[in-house]
Ligand binder design. Structure first.
Ligand SMILES: *[C@@H]1O[C@H](CO)[C@@H](O)[C@H](O)[C@H]1NC(C)=O
Length: 331
């Protein structure tokens, strides 16, 4: 190597080192270092003669995974009321790009007030992961199923809490719980069955760390015809109030209940996500915030790397949205 080549190599080395040490809390809000795959997995077909399934999952799945070979933790993401799992495809890929396998089941296409069926379906999907997930992943991408993290949006956040509380038994231990603007019913005194919030002083018995993300506009009506999508008293603040440590609560002040969804959500249900709920400006900043907050929380509690979550706690302004609430309850 000539001395000038050595000098260039030396500069490159220090440049990389500098970039590495400058890695800040904000990184999680950008796409991560992995390319991602997004796969739709069909649900198992059961025939009249055999109730046994042909290897497919109990519900259709959207699976976002890193493309690079390796073993990654698994996060289940449960959709909101009457939403399609693919309305969250950009959010799921954001999380996956940081080294997670994200599973978004389609729990139902229509459902009444009772969430018991969804809770059981979500548990059945989790039980299927150990047998079936590997065949739905890119080559050499393996799930680490020592434990599983559960997350969900809106009514899916309630279902995530229900699973964490043992309303349905699952075969995998819980690593972490994340509820994105969770909703327990249509208003105070109107919880949908089974009720999750207890309004008692004793906290909910969730055997894992909890993150509750809220929206500032979710509690406001879109117009005089529509009730709020995340009514006060059954939404994020009420959930966080009942969380034991360790828990955290972050609220995006200027965004609404469905603003973490894809930029384009088509069909009648897709149009409803904008027509029914009060929204902020473009969805991208809110989606980056929710994805990044999920990643920071999972890195801390699943991978034992607290620096990103600590960074958000110390400097909330690194988030791409204004946070009106930044609360942490330590052990
Ligand atoms: C799998 O996850 C567990 C904790 O969830 C961790 O202790 C273990 O090191 C992980 N295994 C690999 C190979 O990453």
């Amino acid at each position: 190597m000539t001395s000038s080549a050595r000098f260039v190599a030396f500069l490159a080395y220090y440049y990389c080192l500098l970039l590495f040490t400058m890695a800040s809390a904000g990184d999680v809000f950008d796409h991560g270092r992995h390319g991602t795959s997004l796969a739709q997995v069909q649900e198992a077909k059961t025939t009249r003669c055999s109730r046994a399934s042909v290897a497919g999952p109990p519900k259709p799945l959207l699976v976002a995974a890193p493309c690079d070979a390796g073993e990654y933790p698994v996060v289940v993401f449960l959709h909101g009321y009457l939403a399609n799992n693919y309305f969250y495809s950009q959010l799921l890929q954001h999380v996956a790009s940081h080294g997670f396998i994200v599973i978004g089941p389609q729990l139902y296409s229509f459902s009444g007030p009772d969430t018991t069926g969804e809770i059981n379906s979500a548990a059945a999907v989790i039980d299927w992961l150990a047998d079936g997930l590997s065949s739905s992943l890119p080559p050499d991408v393996r799930p680490n199923l020592t434990a599983v993290s559960i997350s969900g949006h809106s009514r899916g956040g309630k279902v995530a809490f229900a699973l964490a509380l043992g309303h349905a038994k699952t075969s995998l231990p819980l690593a972490a719980l994340i509820a994105v603007d969770p909703v327990d019913g249509t208003g105070l005194g109107n919880q949908t069955p089974p009720p999750i919030l207890t309004y008692k002083e004793t906290p909910l018995h969730v055997p894992a760390p909890i993150m509750v993300i809220g929206t500032g506009l979710g509690e406001l009506p879109r117009n005089f015809l529509c009730p709020p999508c995340a009514p006060l008293g059954v939404s994020h603040a009420a959930f966080y109030h009942e969380c034991a440590a360790p828990a955290c609560h972050l609220v995006a002040r200027d965004y609404g209940h469905t603003d973490m969804m894809d930029d384009v959500t088509t069909g009648a249900k897709g149009l409803a996500t904008r027509a029914v709920c009060k929204s902020g400006e473009a969805r991208a900043p809110m989606r980056r915030f929710v994805g990044g907050a999920m990643v920071a929380f999972l890195k801390k509690w699943v991978e034992g790397r607290p620096e990103w979550l600590d960074g958000i706690r110390e400097r909330p302004e690194v988030a791409p949205v204004v946070l009106s609430v930044v609360e942490f309850r330590d052990e």
